[in-house]
Design a protein around this ligand. Structure first.
Ligand SMILES: [Zn+2]
Length: 288
């Protein structure tokens, strides 16, 4: 499996990087030791921003390359490494809003520690956003799914268990995962549209794109990635987002999956400027 995945990705880059430092660092910070809620272990190597123009997708996605060799029991991983994916690795997944508006997206939740904080800040600035939720978390926290929708935000399917290698499974397995996730969401908010799908790790494959579209969802990637899942601190997260924001940008952040206080604090810092510079939108529920 690993060999196949690596080959899919163009393995020279992937295999040349080690995950060990990231995992060591995150364990050292205690991120994975908190008791409640799932933590999607960092199994995706960071894509260094060097050489990549801000907001311009280039390079190689690395998200799925590590799933087969990771130590984690869940095959879960964080998003972010796919930020610099070249167009031919995205299989047509959207990286921008398609208009001048900027979209904030929050992945991996909902999480009872951070999602309510994110919602409160968004409410304070009257900003609508999009939440890419994980099925098992939706099942565990239907109240938070309801709170997201009640505040006017839109939803995105982010798979049942944040399986970064989902795209390498059979179409039937992919379909079952995405359907299960949508069913968990709909059990909380029966009437809420779920028209976006974001592949964990940005590890797109043709089958996962195809199945998501068959299920009426549009594949959603991103154009701005502050790597907040690595908990670089609020200042760094805020600086990256503000530096790379541009009309049409889709900003990737996380309200779950580990210690996300830095993201919450960054959000509070960036919203005054972002909302002054751009019109912010929840990704529409009637994408074309
Ligand atoms: Zn994710």
């Amino acid at each position: 499996m690993t060999a196949v995945v690596a080959a899919l990705l163009g393995s020279a880059y992937v295999l040349g990087r080690s995950l060990v430092p990231d995992q060591t660092q995150r364990h050292a910070t205690g991120v994975t030791t908190e008791g409640d809620g799932p933590h999607y272990a960092d199994q995706t190597p960071e894509e260094p921003p060097t050489g990549a123009p801000t907001g311009t997708p280039t390079g190689t996605p690395t998200g799925i390359a590590t799933a087969g060799q990771s130590a984690g029991p869940t095959e879960a991983g964080q998003d972010g490494s796919g930020q610099s994916a070249s167009g031919d690795k995205l299989f047509g997944a959207h990286t921008e809003t398609g208009n001048a508006r900027l979209a904030l997206t929050f992945d991996d939740g909902p999480d009872p520690r951070y999602t309510p904080q994110v919602l409160a800040i968004l409410r304070e600035y009257d900003v609508k956003a999009t939440f890419c939720v994980v099925g098992e978390n939706a099942q565990d926290h239907p109240d938070l799914i309801q709170a997201i929708v009640a505040d006017g935000h839109t939803l995105c399917n982010h798979s049942w268990h944040h399986d970064v290698s989902l795209g390498n499974k059979s179409a039937d397995q992919i379909r079952a995962d995405l359907v299960r996730t949508n069913e968990a969401i709909r059990s909380a908010v029966p009437d809420a549209p779920i028209v976006w799908y974001r592949q964990p790790g940005g590890a797109w494959t043709y089958p996962v794109v195809s199945v998501s579209q068959q299920l009426g969802m549009t594949p959603l990637h991103w154009s701005v990635d502050p790597s907040d899942w690595q908990a670089p601190g609020a200042s760094k997260i805020a600086a990256t987002v503000l530096a790379q924001a541009e009309p049409g940008a889709v900003v990737l952040m996380h309200d779950a999956g580990g210690d996300r206080q830095g993201t919450v604090d960054a959000l509070r810092r960036i919203l005054p400027q972002l909302s002054a510079r751009y019109e912010l939108e929840a990704l529409p529920t009637d994408p074309t």
